[in-house]
Design a protein around this ligand. Structure first.
Ligand SMILES: [Zn+2]
Length: 445
């Protein structure tokens, strides 16, 4: 029966033993991928230097279109642009917006190696990794029962509003998982093969990058590319090697590489995912973390923030995260405050978590009359203990509304609490950092 079923299928794709990749769970539609990618692409020039060179972009577009024709799934309007950075990196936004650093062109030995990086990014788009990551981030929050007023309801539409509402390219679109990277390598090798290139070029380029004195940014999440090379080699075997008359190089690539190398050097200001969220505002949170402990608790915080120990607690904020409010007092506009609150023992009984949480919020309201509860307390955990999560809103010292995410748990010395603070309009850029801080909290036994 099996043989019959196989024979009944069209022969295409059966001529080799290629790995079949199934896209991950995704709340969004392909049309929403395009809408999200288009909006995020308008934010790219804020965070990255765009080369804006017609000759280079037209070449990348021709090469990309040749690859995209062999990308499975939804036919996105793929668009390829060059970023003016000498670091070897590339990224793709949902819906087909692909960006290649000039450093990739300058370091590729031949067209097939450049095509390999572009095929990898094209695969991220085809497999819808950006919106799949956003879906996963949403699911993680939903699992914690913290789907609050800040992120709206539980539909893709309100999630889109959240993703579109922030300033900057959503982190979910820039940070892929290890599995995503591996899938993009495998599908990328297949796309490369089907577009008439030797898929081995991908492994060759990775090997070259692995031998550079400075590890390439392309591998920032994967310090050792050996495993990836091994998996690509395996896929090349499954594809039965290079297609007949495979393209390795082109005269056009050689000319473009020479041309790009002749262009003025990129702006010296380092560009990358860490960039100003808005003029004068702090840099967006790093995705690398530093750790803090004072014996009472430990947590991790973005390593571009500064920690400051305070009695029983600590504060964590980026540079320019603490600003002067209208009264000239230093106030945190962006960051995290950790402290312990001593509930009043009115009844003579030890207060419950709910009572202590209510009392803390009342005391916060006293010092800040504009404070309001956006979404009532919901059960969660903090450091493995029962905890409450509450969303608050206040006036931001930076102007406009401020979103505050409060998480509390009872400790022997009182109510341990964390408040994550950001202006409402920038909350999207801080959400994943806040979640990481909250999830990292541990208490000694
Ligand atoms: Zn990738």
């Amino acid at each position: 029966m099996l043989a019959f079923v196989l024979l009944a299928l069209p022969s295409v794709g059966l001529s080799d033993d290629r790995t079949v990749i199934h896209p991950g769970f995704n709340l969004f539609s392909p049309q929403q991928d395009i809408e999200l990618g288009k909006k995020a692409s308008t934010q790219v020039p804020r965070q990255f230097a765009i080369l804006n060179n017609k000759r280079v972009d037209q070449y990348l577009q021709r090469l990309g279109t040749r690859l995209a024709a062999h990308a499975p799934g939804y036919k996105y309007p793929y668009q390829y642009r060059c970023i003016d950075s000498e670091t070897i990196n590339a990224f793709a936004l949902p819906g087909g917006f692909v960006y290649i650093n000039r450093g990739v062109i300058e370091n590729a030995d031949n067209e097939a190696q450049l095509a390999a990086v572009m095929a990898h990014e094209t695969a991220h788009v085809a497999l819808r990794h950006g919106t799949s990551q956003a879906t996963k981030a949403y699911a993680a929050e939903a699992g914690l029962n913290i789907v609050g007023a800040l992120i709206g309801g539980n539909t893709a539409t309100s999630l889109m509003a959240q993703l579109l509402g922030g300033v900057g390219v959503p982190i979910a679109f820039l940070k892929m998982s290890r599995t995503d990277e591996s899938q993009a390598d495998i599908l990328g090798a297949q796309i490369l093969h089907d577009a008439g290139y030797d898929p081995q070029a991908m492994a060759d380029f990775y090997e070259k990058l692995g031998n550079l004195p400075q590890p390439a940014e392309f591998f920032s999440d994967h310090p050792s590319p050996e495993h990836r090379i091994e998996r690509i080699d395996q896929e090349v075997d499954r594809l039965n090697g290079a297609p007949a008359n495979a393209t390795h190089d082109s005269r056009e690539f050689k000319a473009i590489k020479r041309y790009v190398k002749s262009l003025p050097p990129p702006p010296s200001k380092p560009v990358g995912p860490v960039a100003d969220v808005d003029a004068g505002g702090p840099a967006i949170p790093s995705t690398e973390y530093a750790s803090f402990t004072n014996g009472e608790f430990t947590l991790a915080y973005p390593d571009n923030w500064k920690s400051q120990a305070q009695y029983g607690g600590a504060s964590f904020a980026p540079e320019r995260g603490v600003i002067n409010d209208a009264q000239g007092n230093a106030a945190m506009a962006y960051g995290v405050i950790v402290s312990v609150f001593a509930p009043q023992d009115i009844s003579g009984n030890t207060p419950t978590l709910e009572q202590a949480n209510k009392e803390l919020i009342a005391s916060l309201e006293q010092s800040n009359p504009k404070l309001s509860v956006m979404r009532a307390a919901e059960s969660t955990t903090l450091g493995g203990q029962p905890a409450l999560s509450t969303y608050l809103q206040a006036d931001s010292p930076a102007g406009g509304a401020e979103a505050e995410w409060l998480v509390t748990t009872l400790r022997p010395n009182g109510l341990f609490y964390i408040i994550c603070i950001a202006p409402q309009k920038n909350y999207d850029a801080y959400g994943s950092a806040f979640r990481a801080v909250i999830h990292s909290v541990r208490f000694p036994n």
